[in-house]
Design a protein around this ligand. Structure first.
Ligand code: IPM
Ligand code: MN
Length: 358
């Protein structure tokens, strides 16, 4: 059976890191005997530069027939002056909405061999293994009304959430916590915002179905502080769209580099998988970008998008062995290896589990 994977390399370092992820997936196909059929489409600045809209109809049509979508990055300073709706980023926001991917999973952990790579003392970082569950289709990113009125010199964005929007993503987080260390921190700003008060109430309601999961609530400012002071204290972190965007960058940096972080965006249909880092325009085209986020996103695609856990494990294990061997890109140690050399190192370590003896 052939799986159809749409590649959306996008902007900046996106094409370079997606190229490595595709090479890794091809190696997995060879080793495990599965078949992936790739198509490539434009999104964001790469679509705008070709005279298309940020989410061209051809891209959307192709995504509609896919088993999973792997995206690089979206964002290009050449289009920064444009109004929100015609910037590259609007293509990604429209894609998420069209795909209905409301739950964005961003796992963060300290890798063996990288304990010293980040800004924290290794002792503080030890044992860090958390996952941010970010609501992806609501809040300030999508709320109406929005706009910048240049005549009056005012601008507005709207933060709104409904009960069902909160409950469905909360269930994803509780289910994950149940399969992990059974601790869930829900992050809000309920001391100031009504949306956060609703968030807290709904999360408490959903919690009744998960008596085995230990739930706590944290204000976002305190959570941001705790992420640098005691990152190992977290298991599952559930939060709304903008808070999740900010906290996941912070969590990535804490563990060494944002370039390490993969993500999976899930809904009822096919999933969207993308590294958490952005397009990093100043690094683009130099062959120095860290492809780890994209490669680990490919592993998440195999695991939760195509239900191929053995194949996903093979990638995760190859990345772990690569780090353990001291192979890293320049964001983690100077001098680092190139984007392609890191891809080579992972590919060389992809193998089936050695058969276990009875
Ligand atoms: C992310 C990115 C996007 C977001 C941008 C590119 C629209 O920062 O996936 O974290 O804010 O969601
Ligand atoms: Mn972000």
């Amino acid at each position: 059976m052939a799986f159809r994977i749409v590649l959306l390399p996008g902007d900046g370092i996106g094409p370079e890191v997606i190229h490595q992820a595709e090479r890794v997936l091809n190696r997995v196909a060879d080793v495990f005997g599965c078949e992936f059929v790739f198509t490539r489409q434009r999104i964001g600045g790469s679509a705008l530069a070709a005279g298309l809209s940020p989410l061209p109809p051809d891209t959307l049509a192709d995504v509609g027939g896919a088993d999973a979508v792997l995206l690089g990055a979206v964002g290009d300073p050449a289009f920064d002056h444009r109004p929100a709706g015609s910037r590259p980023e609007s293509g990604l926001l429209a894609l998420r909405r069209e795909m209905g991917v409301f739950a964005n999973l961003r796992p963060v952990k300290v890798w063996a061999g990288l304990e010293d790579a980040g800004p924290l003392k290794p002792g503080v970082l030890t044992g860090t293994d958390l996952i941010v569950v970010r609501e992806l289709l609501g809040g300030l990113y999508y709320g109406q009304p929005r706009g910048w009125d240049r005549e009056t010199g005012t601008a507005i964005n709207t933060l709104g959430y409904s009960r069902p929007e909160i409950a469905r993503v909360a269930r994803v987080a509780f289910d994950l916590a149940r399969a992990r260390r059974k601790r869930l921190v829900s992050v809000d700003k309920a001391n100031v915002l009504e949306t956060s008060q609703l968030w807290r109430a709904v999360v408490n309601d959903v919690a009744r179905d998960y008596p085995d999961v230990q739930l706590s609530h944290e204000y976002v400012d305190a959570c941001a502080m705790k992420l640098v002071v005691a990152p190992a204290s977290f298991d599952v972190v559930l939060t709304e769209n903008l808070f999740g965007d900010i906290l996941s960058d912070e969590a990535g940096a804490v563990c060494g580099s944002l370039g390490l972080l993969p993500s999976a965006s899930l809904g009822a249909g096919p999933g969207l998988f993308e590294p958490v880092h952005g397009s990093a325009p100043t690094m683009a085209g130099k062959g120095v970008a860290n492809p780890c986020g994209a490669i680990l996103s490919a592993a998440m695609l195999l695991r939760s998008g195509l239900h191929l856990p053995g194949e996903a494990d093979a990638i995760d294990r190859a990345v772990a062995e690569t780090f353990a061997a001291g192979v890293v890109t320049g964001d983690l140690a100077v001098p680092g290896v190139s984007t392609a050399a890191f891809g080579d190192a992972v590919i060389a370590r992809i193998r089936r589990d050695p058969p276990t003896r009875p």
